[in-house]
Design a protein around this ligand. Structure first.
Ligand SMILES: [Zn+2]
Length: 102
């Protein structure tokens, strides 16, 4: 994975994912090694992490078995819901204040 830092233009190869917990909420993020800009990746809580687990299991079944069109749609929908929920959580629980407290 290769990411270009928006702030300094540095190419970040295989960014090292870090996580920080705030009660039940967990933020995954990485930091530009050049300018220390923080890039949030995803925000989850316990409930969403369970849903992501379920999604992963369902997605595995898609790979190994012949599944119905309906099942495909369910998996796709679940992924979209998880992404949306993660964005909501990220809005409700901003990452920046947690990092500046350190
Ligand atoms: Zn940078």
């Amino acid at each position: 994975m290769e990411i270009i830092c928006d702030k300094c233009g540095m190419v970040i190869l295989n960014p090292e994912m870090k996580t920080i917990r705030d009660g039940d909420v967990e933020h995954a993020y990485f930091v530009c090694s050049e300018c220390n800009s923080v890039y949030p990746v995803c925000t989850t809580n316990g409930n969403l992490r369970k849903r992501i687990e379920v999604y992963r299991e369902m997605a595995m079944r898609l790979k190994t078995r012949c599944c119905t069109e309906q099942f495909h749609r369910r998996v796709q929908k679940m992924k979209e819901e998880n992404v949306r929920r993660s964005r909501e959580l990220a809005k409700m629980h901003p990452l920046a204040p947690l990092l500046s407290e350190k």
